[in-house]
Design a protein around this ligand. Structure first.
Ligand code: FAD
Length: 357
């Protein structure tokens, strides 16, 4: 069976960047992706998310990102990724959902159902979209209304005439409230007081990244970069803000009942829908057989050089790079990490006496 020098899992921003740089370095590799078509997680974003609504999509190597427009992000970005893959002849194979990666001597074996690939190194770029996180609250199973997560968001019209409780303190919650509050009754709960910012500069971005980097170095589960940069209201959210939707925020309830939610002090709110905008976890369960996790629950990465320089190498196995993970879980971070990972793969191969093709 052919042995690849590198294998990339996931064809989002991080995986495409890694594949571009591996190609440029002449490293024989294949890129496996679970989705039916190009676009990474962007192909699954909700229809009402336009290119004006996204926080910003970073360039891919040698390819400027599409600009702001009213066009749907779940069409524009997949089209762009598709052209990128085709024009550069990136070796993408799809749909292939990897279910486990095991070690066999010096090699790694990547398996998807009854298919397998052998490789010297691995670049994991599987993002978070397939691992939605919903915290458990007592009584959740008794709720008679509808519960959805960000991954299920069907657009604002679905909620008309219903009382919606949005849970979560991140950018998605703020966007959902912006869309829903002008047309229906919306409540908002968050675990912590939201961190609002009216000013965000490069230094604040660097600070946020180095905070997540520190967690990942220590082997802690990564916090989201977006989660530590703070929240801002954009023109799209001004109408909801004028209606006071963001001022009526409450701390988390204590339990869920059939018709609504109850706080520890006995207060009760009737709601028809609970929209969990409670984030995602890294999609890394297929790596479990490699035992990369630290005792703190996260996959520790080796320290990088400077604050913004991203190390992508798993501390417990130098054959494995993680991109779009922890400090590089953004489009700009994924893009940079792809390059760092390709260089780390080259260093590993050179250090282990393998001939580059
Ligand atoms: P993804 O785009 O998630 O791609 C991962 C790929 O891996 C997918 O194609 C998936 O099918 C594949 N995959 C997963 N598991 C497997 C498997 N087992 N086998 C094979 N393939 C697999 N960041 C920004 O910078 N700007 C924004 O505006 C922005 N908006 C966001 C909005 C939302 C709602 C969310 C949830 C995130 C947003 N982010 C944003 C974060 C951003 O999406 C990501 O950090 C970045 O796009 C992820 O790129 P990625 O390549 O790491 O992963």
């Amino acid at each position: 069976m052919h042995v690849y020098d590198a294998l990339v899992i996931g064809a989002g921003q991080a995986g495409l960047s890694a594949s571009y740089h591996l190609t440029r370095l002449g490293i024989d590799h294949v890129l496996l992706d679970a989705n039916p078509g190009p676009g990474g997680a962007w192909q699954h974003r909700w229809d009402s998310l336009s290119m004006d609504d996204v926080h910003g999509v970073a360039d891919l190597p040698q390819a400027p990102a599409p600009g702001r427009s009213q066009d749907r992000a779940n069409v524009v970005v997949p089209d762009w990724f598709g052209r990128y893959e085709a024009e550069r002849g990136l070796p993408v194979v799809r749909p292939v959902r990897v279910d486990r990666v095991t070690s066999d001597g010096d090699l790694l074996v990547v398996r998807a159902a009854d298919r397998s690939w052998r490789t010297r190194t691995l670049v994991n770029a599987t993002g978070t979209w397939t691992q939605p996180f919903v915290p458990y609250y007592p009584g959740a199973e008794t709720f008679l209304g509808e519960q959805l997560h960000t991954v299920d968001y069907p657009g604002p019209a679905h909620f008309d005439g219903r009382r919606v409780l949005v849970v979560g303190g991140g950018a998605s919650a703020v966007q959902f409230i912006g869309e829903l509050a002008p047309r229906t009754d919306v409540l908002w709960v968050t675990r912590r007081e939201p961190l609002w910012r009216d000013h965000f500069d490069e230094q604040a971005g660097r600070d946020a990244i180095s905070l997540v980097q520190q967690r990942v170095r220590e082997g802690l589960p990564p916090a989201s970069v977006v989660g530590v940069t703070g929240l801002a209201l954009r023109p799209q959210e001004q109408e909801a803000a004028r209606l006071g939707a963001y001022d009526r925020r409450r701390p988390m309830f204590a339990r869920i009942e059939p018709d609504g939610v109850r706080w520890a002090d006995g207060a009760f709110e009737r709601v028809d829908v609970i929209l969990w905008a409670t984030g995602f976890r890294p999609a890394v369960s297929h790596l479990a057989p490699l035992h990369l996790r630290s005792e703190h629950g996260g996959i520790a990465l080796l320290p990088g050089g400077t604050d913004v320089q991203t190390s992508t190498t798993a501390a417990l196995d130098p054959r494995v790079q993680l991109v779009g993970y922890g400090p590089s879980a953004s489009t700009i971070g994924g893009n940079r990490a792809g390059r760092a990972a390709a260089l780390a793969v080259r260093r590993y191969l050179a250090g282990h006496g393998d001939r580059l093709s």
